[in-house]
Design a protein around this ligand. Structure first.
Ligand SMILES: Cc1ncc(COP(=O)(O)O)c(C=O)c1O
Length: 380
């Protein structure tokens, strides 16, 4: 089956004998055992819940992965994967990752005796100087909020030679546009809160993996740490996934149109969007992904007041997050990336003027019209 057919018909079928089109929501914390010696598949919902298992298998099918795990949030998914690390291990991480991931790395790794190195450009990184303690490479591509693209094949080839795990946070593109496991990665993580769920109504995380041993350890950690996705949210995540392909196409189409519109506007100084042919990452992105994200970042020229611009937008809501059907705008320096110290923000290219747009699936004329009227009012 092709992707969009799988998104609609994949996962598990109703096994209750009722033949419902949608997999039922099993709101049950525990399951009755036939007798003392007999343990069945479902014992207690932290370990396995039918509705959660259904969305886990759907996500795995879409990724082309052997196994999927669903967690309560994207950060629970990332934390689960970081749970593979031990004292003395070292992690390489790209320098502009999501602020919450950075909060984890910069605050919690030290307590656990785990070292890290931030890499500003993995595409030119010299892997021959990697030390023995490096156990994991964690990367986000496109990165957040500057949409830098990392060459996944280059990293995974170098990592494999040295027995290093490669983890890709694929939140921005989803398996619809990019399949990191096929490009050699070991683990894929998602904030499924974003495009997968797609309606800004739940928080969710996913971890996808092929390797049995890795899966066994991650499954153990999921049950032991306990940050699982609830049955109700598993149902809602499944519902979101059914339309993922349609939404991704429209997000991409709208984001490209907005990027082009802004790139040609006299008020705009910079546009960061890998789907623009003028982007330095345009070719690399096309070599490893089938499409582009619905997110872009911009800076206005000094002739325009960014605060006034944001204040006057009527359709783009001022909010963190992305991947829902509605358009949002945020100010990374004080919102999504406030966990980075100001000095570090400057080093990685986040400044007061940077704005991140998460383009929704509304009518494109309304979106550009909204930007136009707000830019007009933002003139100094
Ligand atoms: C790229 C990326 N990864 C991970 C996360 C964390 O996900 P959650 O908010 O679902 O915990 C986010 C959230 O914004 C994100 O943008």
């Amino acid at each position: 089956m092709k992707y969009q057919t799988l998104a609609i018909h994949g996962g598990k079928k109703d096994d209750s004998g009722k033949h419902s089109v949608n997999y039922p929501i099993y709101l049950s914390s525990t399951f009755v055992q036939p007798d003392l010696e007999q343990f069945e598949e479902f014992v207690y919902s932290r370990g396995n819940n039918p509705t959660r298992n259904a969305v886990e298998s759907l996500a795995a099918q879409l990724e082309g992965a052997e196994h999927g795990l669903a967690l309560a949030t994207g950060m629970a998914a990332t934390s689960l994967v970081f749970g593979l690390l031990k004292q003395g291990d070292k992690v390489l991480i790209n320098s502009n990752v999501y602020g919450g991931t950075w909060r984890f790395v910069s605050n919690i790794f030290a307590d656990r005796g785990i070292a890290y190195e931030t890499v500003s450009d993995f595409n030119t990184y010299d892997f021959s100087r990697i030390d023995e303690s490096v156990r994991m490479i964690f990367l986000e591509t496109p990165s957040n909020p500057l949409l830098k693209i990392t060459d996944i094949r280059r990293i995974t080839e170098a990592a494999k030679e040295k027995n290093i795990l490669t983890v890709v946070d694929n939140t921005f593109l989803t398996s619809y546009f990019q399949k990191p496991l096929e490009l050699g990665a070991d683990i894929v993580v998602y904030s499924a809160t974003k495009y997968y769920a797609g309606h800004s109504d739940i928080l969710a995380g996913l971890v996808l993996v092929n390797d049995e041993q890795l899966y066994t350890r991650l499954k153990f950690l999921q049950n032991t740490l306990g940050g699982i996705l609830s049955p109700l949210d598993s149902f809602l995540l499944t519902r979101g996934i059914r339309t993922l392909g349609l939404r991704m196409e429209r997000h991409q189409q709208n984001a490209l149109a907005v990027a082009k519109y802004l790139a040609g506007h006299e008020a705009v100084e910079d546009v960061y969007y890998p789907g623009l042919e003028s982007s330095e990452n345009y070719a690399l992105q096309r070599s490893q992904a089938k499409g582009d994200v619905g997110v872009l970042s911009i800076r206005l020229k000094d002739s325009h007041d960014s605060k006034k611009f944001v204040k006057n937008l009527k359709i783009f809501g001022l909010a963190v997050s992305l991947g829902g059907v509605e358009s949002l705008i945020c100010h990374p320096a004080t919102m999504t990336h406030e966990s980075y110290a100001p000095e570090l923000q400057r080093q990685i290219g986040i400044d007061e003027k940077l704005l991140r747009l998460a383009v929704g699936i509304e009518d494109i004329d309304d979106l550009t019209g909204d930007l136009e009227q707000a830019l007009e009012k933002a003139k100094r």
